[in-house]
Design a protein around this ligand. Structure first.
Ligand code: DHB
Ligand code: MG
Length: 230
């Protein structure tokens, strides 16, 4: 009966590991409050996941990051904080409300580099998006509508440098990704299965990929992490 739960462990990890300029930044917390006040869905990444993104960015010395799905800009803030001052962060969002709140949050958190917010449908924006002047993106975080996730992944490969990293959020969905799992109309897993099939068929030509299952604040879910080989 006293067995610890993944959520309690998440709380413990947060109490020990959150950094004052990242997961413990009070302006980031205010940003979540602003999102909640505006009835934006509470589906942002956890602070520990945010710091995981920050670590990846710092460890590969990323200078240019693309994010698909801004929501209220919580993950964007972790990305911006991890970038050098000459860095660039582009973030794509289809909702006018979300992008308005995100911009307010970026200003409050005094982010530098300041995120470039692109308002529109992800795939339209992606197809028109040019490589940054300084070169392709070093890391791309995909966390938007799930039905087009495979197309987001393929377009991301066009915009990513060799050795760059793609992270896909919500890659496990409580196991519902399994073809044998009973379909749940509230969870769109078809797009994810298409992506897994694409990676299987790529057969290691373009990407080296792993799946990371996570528990805790966001229940049973996880990331796909891929690096571009060519
Ligand atoms: C949900 C979680 C996410 O991280 C997301 O990007 C979309 C939806 C969810 O729990 O429904
Ligand atoms: Mg997500």
């Amino acid at each position: 009966p006293n067995a610890p739960t993944p959520s309690e462990v998440d709380d413990y990890l947060c109490s020990k590991l959150l950094h004052p300029n990242y997961g413990k930044d009070l302006n980031f917390k205010k940003g979540i409050e602003r999102a909640n006040e505006n009835n934006i869905p509470k589906i942002q990444i956890s602070p520990l996941q945010g710091q995981f993104l920050s670590i990846l960015i710092k460890s590969i010395n990323a200078e240019r990051v693309l994010e698909i799905g801004t929501l209220a800009g919580y993950s964007t803030s972790f990305i911006s904080r991890a970038l050098p001052s000459n860095g660039q962060i582009d973030t794509l969002e289809k909702s006018e409300l979300h992008s308005k709140i995100a911009k307010e949050n970026f200003l409050e958190s005094d982010l530098f580099p300041f995120p470039n917010l692109h308002l529109g449908l992800g795939l339209n924006l992606l197809k028109k998006l040019n490589l940054p002047e300084e070169g392709p993106y070093d890391l791309i975080f995909i966390d938007a509508n799930k039905d087009q996730i495979k197309d987001y992944f393929i377009e991301s490969l066009r915009l990513l440098r060799k050795g760059g990293i793609i992270i896909v959020d919500n890659a496990i969905r409580r196991g519902k990704i399994l073809p044998s799992s009973k379909d749940d109309p509230t969870i769109d897993v078809e797009g994810l299965r298409d992506l897994y099939d694409w990676i299987e068929n790529d057969n290691g030509k373009t990407v080296l990929t792993s799946g990371i299952q996570t528990v805790g604040e966001k229940s049973w879910d996880g990331f796909i992490i891929a690096t571009k080989l060519i």
